[in-house]
Design a protein around this ligand. Structure first.
Ligand code: CU
Length: 143
């Protein structure tokens, strides 16, 4: 199965009619906020969706030794709602998981040394704009 590319599965669904109504209700500020939102599409909006910019181990990487930690870095804050690693021995127990924290940088540590083999990381998160982001990638640990 092909790894699903990290992406915004909501595709601006969060910029809803309800939010537009709320903006209209703010009267004279509505236009200004509309402009801010529009500019946001070009730069970094306040309620930005977050894109994955770095991960450790890197996708497809074959690491020589069991990784001490897993890392995800985003270009905007995101709340991790799911983080799962599985391998040849099933689900990998994590001594600390990033679930629930809002931030650009997330870390998780395996509770035990990872056995050689192929691993799969599945994560899911909620960006500041309310969009769900997710990723699914593999790496391997050498003999
Ligand atoms: Cu988004």
């Amino acid at each position: 199965m092909m790894a699903e590319a990290p992406g915004c599965t909501g595709m601006h669904r969060g910029y809803s009619r309800e939010r537009t109504k709320t903006m209209a209700a703010r009267g004279k500020h509505a236009l200004r906020w509309g402009v801010v939102a529009w500019l946001g599409l070009m730069s970094q909006p306040l309620w930005a969706h977050a894109h994955l910019i770095d991960q450790v181990p890197v996708e497809g990487e074959s690491v020589e030794v069991s990784p001490e930690r897993f890392e995800l870095r985003f270009d905007a804050p995101l709340r991790i709602t799911q983080f799962e690693v599985s391998g040849p021995e099933g689900g990998v127990e994590l001594s600390d998981a990033p679930v629930g924290e809002m931030g650009k940088h997330h870390e998780a540590r395996p509770a035990n040394v990872l056995a050689p083999g192929e691993y799969r990381v599945i994560w899911r998160g909620l960006a500041g704009d309310g969009h769900t982001m997710s990723g699914d990638y593999r790496f391997s640990v050498q003999e």
